[in-house]
Write a protein that binds this ligand. Structure first.
Ligand code: UDP
Ligand code: MG
Length: 317
């Protein structure tokens, strides 16, 4: 069998309700694309019937393939596993919940044919997501851009089409802390966006509750920017300058005979404040040390339990 032109990489974690509809829509998309295509599902340790369904789909239709991870490794790692297994000249990353409408891929493919190596999808509208999520996301992307000097597109998620060259560039980056959309900005090449309306989740609920969103954002900043570290340095200097000025003021007051016994409260507040600042700074440094610790362990990014429709050599990676 010749290699597919298009690969659709779909991370799946407990998406049993969406899978039947997803399959229908993906099969229709594969028929419409201007070249042969494959779908690579990555079962990210689902605990529901997702894998059984995927297995049946792969059995029915050889264009559907699956990598099953040994446990839940998280969305960003699941995407990475899919990119490792995909063999198309153009690889599309999309969600399993149909929030990213498969039909947009046709538009992306047209852009790819024009010579763009990365075609990301920009959300012009986000249905079914809370105002809070939309607002915090908008703020975060803007902040991230300023912190990193990376040309990350605003309001784009992981839904994108990536040319083989860009896939190989991405695959050469084996860092443990993976912020996939940032990594795709980092690699460069010719990039462009297409607009689309993000749909409501077809079924089930989001796997990104607020707690995970905050973590995701912090991970993104720490893996792409050392601004927080530099900020602590600036802050330390500022505090020292303030302390120095206070010291001078105290000496002047003493010499001028203005000296009064100061209140205990102000000293207590100062000590508490300095202590707090030091802990914050330590915490920031700790966040970076934790990342270093993660990286030096040099563990594989994920472990595969089994594959369907793919050669076993994928398992070796
Ligand atoms: N997902 C995954 N592993 C996880 C969490 C999510 O593979 O640990 C998949 C999930 O099945 C979906 C995609 O990643 O296909 C995006 O997740 P979700 O739709 O919950 O995120 P949201 O769109 O709400 O940001
Ligand atoms: Mg979703």
């Amino acid at each position: 069998m010749s290699l597919p032109t298009y690969s659709l990489v779909i991370p799946v974690y407990n998406e049993e309700e969406s899978l039947p509809e997803l399959r229908t829509r993906l099969a229709a998309l594969l028929d419409q694309l201007d070249g042969p295509g494959e779908v690579v599902f990555v079962d990210d340790g689902s605990r529901d019937t997702s894998f059984a369904q995927i297995e049946a789909i792969c059995h029915d239709d050889s264009r559907f393939k699956c990598v099953r991870l040994s446990r839940n490794f998280g969305h960003q790692i699941a995407i990475t596993a899919g990119l490792d297994a995909a063999s198309g000249d153009a690889v599309v990353i999309m969600d399993a919940d149909l929030q990213d409408p498969p039909e947009v891929v046709l538009e992306m493919a047209a852009r790819w044919r024009q010579g763009y190596e990365v075609v990301y999808a920009v959300r012009s509208e986000r249905a079914g997501e809370t105002k809070f999520k939309q607002m915090t996301a908008a703020m975060f992307y803007r902040l991230f851009r300023r912190l990193t000097d990376l040309d990350v597109p605003l309001d784009a998620g992981d839904f994108r089409l990536v040319d083989r060259r860009a896939v190989e560039a991405f695959r050469s980056m084996r860092e443990n802390n993976r912020y996939v959309r940032g990594m795709f900005s980092w690699i460069g090449f010719n990039q462009t966006g297409v607009e689309y309306q993000r749909q409501e989740r077809f079924a089930g609920e989001t796997k990104y509750p607020l707690r995970k969103m905050v973590r995701f954002a912090a991970d993104a900043v720490v893996s792409f920017s050392d601004a927080p570290l530099r900020l602590t340095l600036t802050f330390g200097f500022l505090m020292s300058v303030v302390a120095l000025l206070f010291g001078i003021a105290a000496i002047v007051a003493e010499l001028a005979g203005l000296y009064r016994v100061p209140g205990l409260a102000s000293i207590a507040v100062l000590i508490a404040f300095i202590g707090g600042v030091q802990l914050i700074v330590l915490g920031v440094v700790g966040a970076y040390v934790a990342r270093i610790h993660d990286e030096v362990k040099n563990r594989p990014l994920y472990l595969i339990r089994e594959v369907r429709g793919l050669v076993d050599s994928v398992v070796e990676r």
